[in-house]
Design a protein around this ligand. Sequence first.
Ligand code: NAD
Ligand code: DAU
Length: 356
Amino acid sequence: MANERPFERLLVTGGAGFIGSCYVRDVLGRRDGTRITVLDKLTYAGNEANLAPVRADPEMAARLTFVHGDIADADAVRPLVDAVDAVVNFAAETHVDRSILEPEAFLATGVIGVHVLLDACRAATGHPRFVQVSTDEVYGSVPEGHAREEAPLAPRSPYAAAKAAGELLVRSYVITHVVDAVVTRGANTYGPYHHPEKLIPLFITNAIDDLPLPLYGDGLQHRDWLYVSDHAAAVDHVLRHGIAGETYNVVGGAERANREVVTALLERLGKPWSLVREVEDRPGHDRRYAMDGAKLASLGWRAATTFEDGLAATVDWFVANEAWWRATKAGDWDGWYERQYGRRLANGRAAARDGV
Ligand code: NAD
Ligand code: DAU
């Protein structure tokens, strides 16, 4: 059964991150009656500044409560879940490269944390709906065609394995405890407030500073790109219209090779291809992600933003918001950058422009 409840009191976990904060900004901006509590651990990826547009509007700010905490902390989670109609779980460690170097936090949040949230939903008297925001990476690499929701889970990185484990916990709570839960599997998301560790914001911000752009392997890996406000809208659509126990692919409809993405962002910035360095590949690098979006389309949702429009808006946002991304490239950024890229860049080589 599709859920027809109004969902006016939401707990949004990971709401200070990239997609979660977009969800909070958009839902508070669009739905007058909705109140949101954000629960966020403020890891290196969480940033209260992502919620500044809400704070700047007194009417919206009055409908937002921020709680600094961990989804794996059952004592903190239970009363928050008890007070809402739905929990939308964006909280996760999200960078594949970090999961290769340090997987522990991925398991703590992606497995234990998801379990704590599910158990709190099971125990809550108001039977809140639970939305698990998952990823196309649970299908593993898709050499051809487009993965449908019933395809086997075949994760290939510690990040993807933790996300698949979270999904399986959801499934178990739906079947065993009749928790009202739905899962979304989103494609590669990009847009404003994207942490600069990821491909598109890393390359935009490095290019602004004329720093090298470390392209893994041959750069012919394919991703399907989804603009962030489309991803947030899809999650809200599934919250309100998804059928309990079901999983929905969220596609961008914009499959591109990494080289094509880099060419497009350099053109928008007016920066030269000579900044690109071919560097040692990511271990276990998934060659291609591609999903079939028919199931969510049948519920009436489609992405609204073309890749060309979304990328132009993203590049322009980073150009206009240097203070935001320079602050995220402070702190432990240099240590991370050296660890991930120091040797790669020292051994890297200029990348030929052809090969797309
Ligand atoms: P992000 O890394 O920008 O933000 C994650 C947020 O979760 C941060 O605010 C962080 O502080 C918070 N967090 C981490 N661990 C926590 C914990 N234990 N308790 C409470 N808060 C915690 O991530 P994102 O890119 O916005 O991704 C959000 C969700 O969407 C994730 O679940 C991710 O797996 C999924 N997803 C992301 C993409 C993408 O391309 N970015 C695509 C598909 C799915
Ligand atoms: O597909 C959904 C997933 O998309 C989300 O679940 C993840 O949370 C999100 O991080 C993203 O994962 P990817 O690994 O695909 O994104 P990333 O931006 O790290 O890399 C995109 C592509 O660019 C990938 O093929 C690796 C490549 N890349 C990435 C970086 C950071 C490079 O060539 N060089 C780089 O420095």
